[in-house]
Design a protein around this ligand. Structure first.
Ligand code: ADP
Length: 158
């Protein structure tokens, strides 16, 4: 089976993330959406909240699994027998960071390759931080995120 991991902070998961995931699902038999745990990073949603939101969003996708992991994604990939890590690219500004990350991953495990999908134009400005900033200031973010994310904001009183 041709499996891949789509790792990210997903704080929260946006329509941009969903766009990348949907493209990846056409190429791979199974995709694991992996919430990367980084205790040093201040997040709006806890790891458990992000996992719960993702499970709600992706419940009807039989070839998608949700998990979380603290450590190197390449180590998680090795443990799961996965050889491909998916990332998304928006503007050129993403390239530098992703290039560095891909090089670090290759250094840590040369057996694993990164696979990049391009954002569609309508999602190219969407990021978790843009969504959080808009929401915090009272804007309607429902066109930018799946419904469970709006519900999670409401539940948190944001
Ligand atoms: P991280 O903190 O690991 O960068 P993110 O949740 O911000 O995690 O993003 C995960 C991946 O999804 C990254 O590769 C990022 O470039 C990509 N991504 C985020 N938003 C979009 C978008 N609107 N279109 C395409 N890719 C995106």
């Amino acid at each position: 089976m041709n499996k891949a991991i789509y790792p990210g902070s997903f704080d929260p998961f946006t329509n941009g993330h969903l766009d990348i995931l949907n493209r990846a699902c056409k190429v791979f038999d199974e995709v694991i959406v992996l919430v990367a745990i980084n205790p040093a990073k201040k997040t709006v949603f806890t790891v458990q909240e992000r996992v719960d939101i993702l499970k709600k969003i992706l419940k009807d996708k039989p070839n998608v699994r949700v998990d979380s992991y603290e450590g190197l994604t390449v180590d998680y990939a090795k443990q799961e027998g996965v050889k491909h890590i998916i990332r998304g690219l928006r503007a050129v500004t993403d390239f530098e960071y992703e290039f560095q990350l891909a090089s670090a991953n290759r250094f840590a495990n040369p057996e694993i390759d990164m696979v990049f999908f391009m954002a569609s134009v309508e999602n190219s400005f969407v990021s978790s931080s843009v969504v959080n900033e808009l929401r915090k200031n009272g804007a309607d973010v429902s066109p930018l995120v799946p419904k469970p994310v709006v519900e999670a904001f409401e539940a948190k009183g944001i």
